[in-house]
Design a protein around this ligand. Structure first.
Ligand SMILES: Nc1ncnc2c1ncn2[C@@H]1O[C@H](COP(=O)(O)OP(=O)(O)OP(=O)(O)O)[C@@H](O)[C@H]1O
Length: 267
């Protein structure tokens, strides 16, 4: 599905979070992780979530994936209430979590095995993704033979193999060096445009959030609530160097940094 003006104008919600609260009860204490959180994410939209450590960002993604149930409120994925783990999402974590004894291609195909995808379609899709992420020539390499950036590309291919309409990313580039991270940001922007996938990205980097997203959700310290949703107001196609110099980029990063306060800002 190509990403175009029609897609950007689409109004149906890919993700709906309605007045959600999450409380964790452990033996020693009760923690309210999220409170009064409501958010609608349109099909094909890119939303970044930033906030201080422990404000409930990962908790929010787990709710959307159906790995966690809200204590109150509800979460919808493509107009259906999330009641348990969902298969129509892709998930990328900070660590690529690849199986050391499997090649890059076979790590990607793991997704197909778990979901019992037809083998021919899975191989075709894996080849497309390998080409799209620049992994061509490394299909048969094992994780220890790949750089951190390449391992994260493999994890991204694995998350996209079954063509999920919604991609959840939890601090996916946090362990990469600054240059590789920039490169991954540019690639993610291109992949998002090419696939039309809806993306929810948790990041500690304000510039990463603003460079990539249509909207940036800024959260308060725990119990996490939404402080403000900042519209970035730039088109989908974003040349890295040019975008950094745009007034919209500067305005949005300054605004988000102000909302977070310097102590909480990642960069
Ligand atoms: N399974 C759990 N049991 C008890 N408490 C939990 C559980 N999961 C998360 N918490 C608590 O909920 C709060 C929010 O956690 P969460 O991991 O969502 O924060 P975060 O914003 O993603 O943090 P970080 O930026 O440091 O990754 C934290 O106080 C955490 O200790």
């Amino acid at each position: 599905m190509a990403r175009d003006a029609t897609l950007r104008a689409a109004t149906s919600a890919a993700v709906g979070i309605d007045d959600v609260a999450v409380r964790f009860r452990t033996k020693n204490r009760d923690v309210t992780a999220l409170r009064d959180v409501s958010l609608d994410v349109a099909m094909g939209e890119f939303v970044a979530i930033v906030g201080p450590s422990g404000c409930g960002k990962s908790t929010l993604l787990k709710l959307v994936a159906g790995l966690l149930k809200p204590s109150s409120g509800q979460v919808r994925l493509r107009d259906e209430q999330v009641k348990g783990p969902r298969h129509d999402i892709g998930y990328v974590f900070q660590r690529a979590a690849l199986l050391e004894w499997r090649s890059a291609r076979r790590n990607i195909l793991l997704q197909a095995e778990m979901r019992r995808m037809p083998a021919a379609r899975a191989r075709e899709r894996a080849a497309e993704l390998i080409a799209m992420t620049g992994l061509g020539g490394f299909e048969d390499a094992y994780p220890h033979e790949l750089s951190g950036g390449m391992q994260q590309r493999v994890a991204l291919c694995r998350a996209l193999l079954h063509e999920p309409p919604v991609l959840l990313m939890d601090e996916p580039f946090g362990a990469l060096d600054a240059l590789t991270r920039e490169q991954m940001n540019m690639e993610l922007n291109r992949i998002w445009r090419e696939t039309g996938t809806t993306v929810l990205l948790v990041t500690h980097s304000i510039s990463e959030a603003v460079y990539l997203a249509d909207r940036v959700v800024v959260m308060s310290p725990r119990p996490g609530t939404i402080t403000e949703i900042v519209e970035v107001g730039m088109g989908a196609e974003r040349d890295y160097a040019q975008t950094m110099g745009r007034p919209e980029f500067r305005d949005a990063t300054t605004h988000v940094r102000g909302l977070l306060g310097t102590a909480a800002a990642g960069d």
